[in-house]
Design a protein around this ligand. Sequence first.
Ligand code: SF4
Length: 255
Amino acid sequence: MKITNKQGLPDVLVNAITNDPYTRGDGVYRSITELINPPQIAYLKRKYDDKLTMDIADRMYALYGRLIHQVLEDSGESVADMITEQRLYTDIFHRRISGSFDSFTYSNKTLNDYKFVSVYKMNNGVPKEYTQQLNCYAYLLSEAGTDVENLTVTTMYRDWSASRAGNKNYPDSIAQVHPVELWTRAQQKDYLEDRVYAHKSYNESVWSLHSCSPEERWERGATRQTRKQVRCESYCEVASVCPQYKEILETKYGE
Ligand code: SF4
């Protein structure tokens, strides 16, 4: 992917963002994060990597997230019965899958993920994708011989305002712990198999069979006139090469 710097941000910031040490691991077909996301995104990102462009400024939240995770990982290392940032692997349909969870505490068998998010993200409770992600990690841990009994997400709000605390649907605190539904091991395995199958089946020339759903496109607006594809328009890294978004723009079916 080509990186631009339209704001002329300092080199030190550019280096911090471009030198991201993240890796999904050798020989890995998909990470858990990729699997949960639409197959079309993962496929187009790999295929058109040399054609895609991203501006440094659009990676700022990713940088904040890395900073927070690094501080918490260092801190977790001194907690006696906790392991942090472990990358685990398993094979599903002969495809190598990996996932890296944030922390696991042995004494209460709790798997936790940290989320540095806007208040809006938690407006309707724990988002579905967090539940999916944590259950996938729980499955990877159980495959490695460790059973998980509790799942939590710890949210840290990047836009929290003390003056709004106490309002309906507004968090009382800048940081909170939320319990997350734990699926059975069979449900976790079924979900992972469904996702690997969906990713394996994506085919660019018949993309409509595995297209992104309105929910995955973050569609907003009740009428044709007001409808917007928020993810495609503002957040999707592969929008410039996406056949589905091209059709949306040409036919205006999403707008
Ligand atoms: S641009 Fe929209 S439709 Fe295309 S991959 Fe991204 S989210 Fe899906």
